[in-house]
Design a binder for this molecule. Structure first.
Ligand SMILES: Cc1cc2nc3c(=O)[nH]c(=O)nc-3n(C[C@H](O)[C@H](O)[C@H](O)COP(=O)(O)OP(=O)(O)OC[C@H]3O[C@@H](n4cnc5c(N)ncnc54)[C@H](O)[C@@H]3O)c2cc1C
Length: 406
């Protein structure tokens, strides 16, 4: 029983073809080179995959207002073959979702068809050196110039930066305001004077994915670049974007877990010790069974979160997306680590494909909100839910809870 529609399955099959024919054979090359894999990006564009989360009305292939199940179906398949390629693809959803969530009709009509066709790549610039989990503490400043805005500041960890044509940038427009309404979002283009790429990071995993600092030295943009045409909405749009994008990160993790499980399953069926394939040993069987159980549980939770998004049940998405992101990416780390274990000493070596899965998995627990932050979101939603559970007081004996005041 699958929670995916025929449309989702169609894109999943296309992505699997690209993953097996193009991504897997090139994964090790780009991991070593630590370069953006343009030939893979071209194959993804040719297969029409950059439009799967974008509605048809804006040049995409999504049949609905929200198409997050299409996104996760594709990300899973690409990540099965290479975690880094899963990211270079999914970041375009992260960069363009603010437009879908909060862009004006003109902005959507102008930018989304170019992204959907794979003609323009788009990145997401929220984090800064001193504003990570506490993204609201960002300092990049946009000052009104009369007819436009001038942006000053620096962003940290812009994924796909340098390869990308478009950047969704979050900046402070009202420094006197204490709430999140101090922040607005802008669309910056790579050729805008004053925009440049800073430090290029050297990474543990997802090495084909460039991650860079982006600099905004008085970048001038006109009014048409203010997302949604209104100030003060940027942070709200960023948070709504993350809710919609987190099933995608979860699918990166789950795809990595699935890919590692398949490799370990095959390897242990071929590797002989004590005169028999090692998968005949119960301890190995138990590890494989646990890996399969966790991966499938992650998959179903991701599909549930993506399904809630697609049906427009936005109230449920915040919790389901956090549950899915946290669970699936923790599973990714556990399953890829166990897969290395099942390869024995060979698993530790670079000429075997499995250690890359473990390196690629780690980042999924960190970005788009660390898994500690996901647990905070989940606990916050549970605390709200507790208020509606008063009917249970009848069956929970209550001790006298008067506080001792000394
Ligand atoms: C490879 C990579 C790619 C990235 N891509 C992008 C991108 O494209 N765009 C973008 O905007 N950002 C991006 N990021 C940034 C990423 O989202 C942040 O790194 C992440 O949100 C964590 O922020 P931080 O690194 O500053 O860690 P910190 O916030 O400094 O956290 C340090 C530790 O403290 C914990 N912690 C922090 N606050 C709390 C709390 N309240 N309760 C409990 N624990 C807490 C964290 O979980 C973590 O373990 C990327 C990061 C990396 C490494």
């Amino acid at each position: 029983m699958t929670q995916l529609s025929d449309e989702n399955l169609h894109w999943q099959a296309k992505a699997r073809e690209v993953a097996e024919d193009v991504v897997r054979p090139l994964a090790a090359k780009y991991d070593v080179a630590q370069e953006y894999p343009w030939e893979i990006k071209d194959a993804i564009a040719e297969a029409g995959l950059f439009g799967v989360w974008i509605p048809e009305a804006y040049g995409g292939s999504g049949k609905h207002e929200w198409n997050i199940r299409n996104l996760v179906a594709v990300v899973e398949q690409l990540s099965r073959a290479c975690g880094g390629v899963g990211v270079i693809f999914a970041v375009n959803a992260l960069g363009s979702l603010p437009l879908i969530v909060g862009g004006t009709e003109e902005q959507k009509q102008h930018y989304l068809p170019q992204v959907a066709a794979g003609e323009k790549l788009i990145a997401f610039c929220l984090s800064e050196k001193t504003a990570g989990s506490d993204a609201q503490a960002l300092k990049t400043r946009a000052v009104e110039t009369g007819g436009g805005w001038r942006i000053h500041g620096e962003k940290k960890w812009t994924t796909n930066g340098g390869a990308t044509d478009l950047y969704t940038v979050f900046a402070v427009t009202d420094p006197e305001e204490k709430s999140a309404a101090r922040i607005s979002a802008f669309i910056v283009e790579k050729d805008d004077p004053g925009f440049s790429i800073g430090k290029v990071e050297d990474k543990m995993g997802i090495r084909c994915t460039p991650v860079v600092e982006t600099r905004f030295d008085g970048v001038e943009v006109d009014e048409s670049r203010l997302l949604g045409g209104q100030t003060g909405k940027g942070f709200r749009h960023a948070m709504a974007t993350l809710d919609m994008a987190r099933p995608g990160v979860a699918a990166q993790g789950m795809g990595l877990a699935q890919g590692a499980l398949e490799l370990a399953n095959r390897y242990t069926s071929q590797r002989n010790q004590f005169g028999q394939p090692v998968n005949r040993f119960q301890m190995v069987q138990q590890m494989l069974a646990d890996m399969a159980m966790k991966t499938e549980a992650a998959r179903q939770l991701i599909y549930a979160a993506a399904g809630a998004a697609d049906s427009g049940n936005l109230a449920a998405v915040n919790q389901l997306a956090a549950l899915a992101k946290c669970f699936a990416t923790d599973v990714a780390m556990e399953v890829t680590t166990d897969a290395v274990q099942l390869f024995g000493g060979y698993g530790f070596m670079k000429d075997y494909p499995i250690e890359k899965y473990m390196r690629d998995a780690k980042i999924t627990q960190i970005y788009e909100g660390t898994n500690q932050v996901q647990r905070m979101v989940i606990a916050r939603n549970l605390a709200k839910e507790a208020e509606s559970l008063g009917f249970l007081d009848e069956v929970i004996p209550a001790e006298d809870q008067d506080v001792y005041e000394g």
